[in-house]
Design a protein around this ligand. Structure first.
Ligand code: IPD
Ligand code: CA
Ligand code: CA
Length: 256
């Protein structure tokens, strides 16, 4: 079952990626959601529709939580739940035509089973699952070292760093350097590869669901920035890091 599902999901992501790449040479309909810097395009919506169609054909009884149009809330995580971000990094997609990801997670009764983060323009798929490990394409990744905050780069949300929310500047300055990609998926891949020690951001469930499944395989720690469990509903300040860096960030900067 799992093998079959993994093969299916990879195929759907490839199909979605072809659709997204093709759409780059056509005129896109871009509209604002909550404001000027919160965009959605017809490509986000159509990619989500493509993925949902595939899931519903194969797994009609499953529940779906996805960012766009009518799928953005769910009553509970009971049963099998698919969590989808059709284009993570829409601003990058519109402005740069690169540095965006497709993300899919499969949860069962609240437990993360499979996670897929696909950097479309780099053609880099980071995927894996509970008890399966973490892969980059065909290559199995090794668990990154448990480095402390001062020893590594830290992914951050630009607004949080700029406005110094939850001591973001102090935390950032204590790291080797802050990196801001504008795409949660890219930040999560950087952690899984061992390139970044952590990520501090403001995220919705579809931004972190796939990442959590993979972070867990490598024993990274994650929670809301206040140290609470993530709720899988609405936006929350998010912290994920190596155990060493996570504990330093929580105890030195946030609990002081
Ligand atoms: C956004 C990106 C961004 C993060 C935002 C997300 P979207 O996702 O992941 O890096 O800072 O909080 O909303 O809206 O482009 O799918
Ligand atoms: Ca997103
Ligand atoms: Ca999105």
């Amino acid at each position: 079952m799992t093998e079959k599902m993994i093969t299916e999901i990879k195929g759907w992501m490839q199909e979605a990626a072809v659709f997204i790449k093709t759409s780059l040479s056509t005129e896109m309909a871009v509209s604002q959601k909550s404001g000027r810097t919160d965009l959605v395009t017809n490509v986000d919506e159509e990619t989500q529709a493509l993925l949902i169609k595939k899931i519903k054909e194969q797994y009609p009884a499953d529940k779906i939580l996805a960012e766009e149009k009518g799928y953005s809330t769910i009553d509970s995580l009971a049963g099998r739940v698919w969590i989808i971000d059709p284009i993570d990094g829409t601003m990058n997609f519109v402005m740069e035509q690169e540095n965006f990801c497709i993300m899919i997670a499969v949860f069962e009764d609240g437990i993360g089973k499979l996670g897929f983060i696909y950097d479309v323009m780099k053609d880099e798929l980071c995927w894996g699952g509970k008890g399966i490990g973490v892969f980059l394409g065909e290559q199995k990744l090794i668990q990154p070292q448990n480095l402390g905050l001062s020893a590594g780069l830290l992914g951050m949300n630009a607004y949080m760093f700029g406005e110094d929310i939850h001591c973001a500047r102090e935390i950032g300055h204590a790291s080797m350097g802050v990196r801001v990609s504008g795409c949660a998926g890219i930040e999560l891949i950087a952690m899984l590869k061992g390139n970044h020690i952590g990520y501090v951001s403001n995220l919705s469930p579809w931004d972190y669901a796939a990442g959590l499944v993979l972070l867990e395989e490598f024993n990274f720690l994650y929670s809301t920035i206040e140290g609470e469990d993530l709720s899988f509903s609405g936006r929350e300040y998010f912290l994920a890091a190596t155990p060493k860096a996570y504990n330093e960030i929580r105890t030195k900067f946030l609990d002081k």
